[in-house]
Ligand binder design. Sequence first.
Ligand code: SAH
Length: 343
Amino acid sequence: MVADAADQGVRRLRMVEEQLAGRGLRDEDVLAAMRSVPRDLFVPGSAEVDAYADTPLPIGLGQTISQPYMVALMTSLLKVDVRSRVLEVGSGSGYQTAVLAEVAGEVFAIERLAPLAERARATLARLGYPNVRLAIGDGARGWHEQAPFSGILVAAAADEVPPELLGQLADGGRLVVPVGRGRHEQVLTIVERVGEAFHESHDTRCRFVPLVRDASPDERRKAAMRGSSAAEDWSPPGGEDARGDSAYPGEVAGMKSVDVRVSGAVQGVYYRASARREGALRGLRGWVRNQSDGSVALRLQGDAGAVDSMLDWCRVGPPSARVSRLTVADAPADETLHDFEVR
Ligand code: SAH
């Protein structure tokens, strides 16, 4: 199905009528924003899929662009207006970011997967939103330097309301976050700050990808002192923001070099060839090779954010792989590496 801009515009208006107004959403500012932001520009391959379908859609790296109704509902629950400063955690494709930028004064967005953040920045820049700043990092810690916020929207499911975010809410501000374990038990939770009190209420049940907590620099230092290279031992991406002029709180942008071991059904499933392509896509240096015990070993070296996003890929691998365990250990930088190869 190939759709031109006019077709997409027609679908967008129909989406607003059927999926949003049709479900009782009455917030006129939010409906207007949803009428104006072209979701198709945020959906990869939207010439082939219906970007205005009533469903989340894949955006790569195991993440999804949210269902339009969920984007509109969460925006409306925030109750923000042009005077508001808003924090968005988990900007993914940047679609929700754009919708927020239509209704709020300033939007501070954080995404932990660098390739998604880069793509979102490019799309947002193309559409022209001067009131958006997008940083790469762990948004569960909030954005201390820019706090307080009159609205905080979290687009990934947390086990509990993240305490750091409560501390960054302005008086009268609202936090909207899916809370719950597992994919089926999440509830859209709203916390309103009144002075030093926090009032919690609940909306619909929902289903989001998990909010992933990265280790703080302090926690990483402690782990390094213990010599830990345990499974699921990962580090946060180096920070930067859309203008590249100030580092994301607490993070140092930089290079990183790690040794990775992946176990499970990982040989004979194109793990190496896929890893080579994924590594090259991220501009990484290093190699991937099969080990005689059935595991796959990788050396990843490059921009810290790119290494972290490659680790996310390694945990899943190509479609027929089944990863049961992944270990990561810091490795010395190897100056002789110039590209990413299969060994
Ligand atoms: N509203 C977005 C939803 C993206 S899915 C959209 O419509 O495109 C949720 C996103 O949260 C994913 O991209 C995931 O990488 C990101 N995420 C998960 N944990 C995070 C964290 N701690 N900090 C920042 N982003 C996080």
